[in-house]
Design a protein around this ligand. Structure first.
Ligand SMILES: Cc1cc2nc3c(=O)[nH]c(=O)nc-3n(C[C@H](O)[C@H](O)[C@H](O)COP(=O)(O)OP(=O)(O)OC[C@H]3O[C@@H](n4cnc5c(N)ncnc54)[C@H](O)[C@@H]3O)c2cc1C
Length: 367
């Protein structure tokens, strides 16, 4: 039986970043159940490089987003990944939202994001023409990125070193003998076994179902999973936006915001709705709600130009509480060599390289 140092389950942006980082020092294989990498959450998001504004002090999200943003911009330059630091304008309406925005600016400072500035009405009109808001804040370090090219760059880095990427290969189960994992994989319908010292579960929306197939892991360490769908409407034709526009965040998302991609295409979303099955079908009926949300900051929206676009699904751990990334090693669950990543929702794309460094420190400690 082949014996490798590390097996990473899942070739989304997080699994690929981890595998690419580890490949600098050891042999690593990253497996993907699908034919192509990154077909789930990593290609169904806003493609925004977040500044690190929203997340509670000392949370993994705050730390890894702020660290990850810097690492990501450096990586994009080095590997020629298309990105643009376009900046974003946060807008607030009414006294309640103004208070919320002031609190966010303070939270950002606590997280180490010290470049936010309050905009005068003249500056707001200049940065965000047609946007109506009594209060606006400018975030210059927010950007947009080509997530597919980013994943390709991680794959390139992986293959430059000792790493391998294997598609059409599904993790089935793992047995731990106290030192090694004997992993069963399904490759194009055929089962085969592999031995590894470290097993990293970065399966995103499937992380819980993979974790349940690791015999030594006590089920009490596997958190619940709730699918929280977010859909987008794209805007056809020209528009006045030069920067991203964000309303105040909601409980489970950042609010129906306006983003532009690297080609200049404007889109709105994502909204939030909990669903029972993994289903990426978008829903036209959400349009009226989108129009009402967008009208709050862009009253001159031409709603006939809004077209149903795509959906992404957040791996929520709770329906009624805020959540952090959950990255478990043996100090949590007692299984030496196993690292599970649960609930890696936004800002997981931004944080991918910082998550990778965080995980690789845990791996080097193990070996
Ligand atoms: C609507 C939405 C908007 C977002 N916007 C942003 C944003 O603007 N900026 C930002 O920073 N973050 C954003 N995020 C978060 C970001 O997209 C995710 O954090 C990130 O993509 C998660 O990557 P991942 O690799 O953990 O998961 P995934 O991309 O889901 O990858 C997991 C991979 O594991 C594979 N897999 C699963 N089970 C198995 C198995 N048994 N065997 C082999 N392979 C398996 C899957 O096929 C999949 O390819 C957003 C998320 C959503 C849902």
């Amino acid at each position: 039986m082949e014996h490798i140092e590390t097996l990473v389950i899942g070739a989304g942006v997080v699994g690929l970043a981890i595998a690419a980082t580890l490949s600098e020092h050891q042999d690593v294989i990253v497996i993907e159940q699908n034919t192509y990498f990154g077909e789930h959450t990593s290609s169904r998001n806003s493609e925004v490089v977040h500044a690190g504004i929203y997340y509670p002090s000392n949370s993994l999200k705050a730390r890894l987003c702020v660290e990850g943003k810097t690492l990501l911009y450096q990586h994009c330059q080095k590997y020629h990944v298309p990105f643009k630091k376009v900046g974003k304008v946060l807008v607030a309406h009414g006294e309640g939202e103004k208070t919320k925005l002031n609190t966010l600016v303070q939270q950002a400072k606590d997280n180490g994001v010290r470049d936010l500035t309050f905009l005068s009405q003249a500056e707001l009109a200049q940065k965000a023409p047609q946007i109506k808001a009594p209060m606006g804040v400018w975030s210059p370090s927010t950007g947009i990125i080509d997530s597919h090219q980013l994943m390709l760059s991680y794959l390139n880095k992986l293959s430059e070193h000792k790493g391998q990427y294997v598609n059409n290969t599904r993790f089935v189960s793992a047995q731990f003998d106290g030192h090694y994992f004997v992993v069963t994989l399904n490759c194009d319908g055929e089962l085969f076994n592999l031995k590894c010292t470290t097993l990293i579960n970065a399966a995103g929306l499937f992380a819980q179902s993979c974790a349940k197939q690791i015999d030594a892991l006590n089920a009490r360490f596997i958190p619940e999973l709730h699918y929280c769908k977010g859909q987008y409407f794209s805007y056809q034709g020209s528009h006045p936006f030069k920067h991203l526009i964000y309303p105040m965040p909601e409980q489970h998302g950042l609010g129906v915001h306006a983003t532009i991609d690297l080609a200049g295409q404007l889109k709105f979303g994502p909204d939030t709705s909990f669903i029972d099955e993994l289903d990426y079908t978008p829903n036209e009926q959400a349009k009226a709600r989108f129009v009402s949300e967008i009208n709050k900051y862009w009253p001159s929206l031409d709603s006939s130009r809004l077209q149903l676009s795509y959906c992404g699904i957040r791996p929520k751990l709770y329906k009624d509480a805020a959540q952090d990334f959950v990255i478990q090693d043996h100090s949590v669950h007692g299984v030496k060599g196993l690292i599970n990543l649960f609930g890696v929702e936004s800002p997981g794309l931004t944080a991918s390289l910082a998550i990778a460094q965080y995980v690789s420190k845990k791996v080097s400690y193990l070996q």
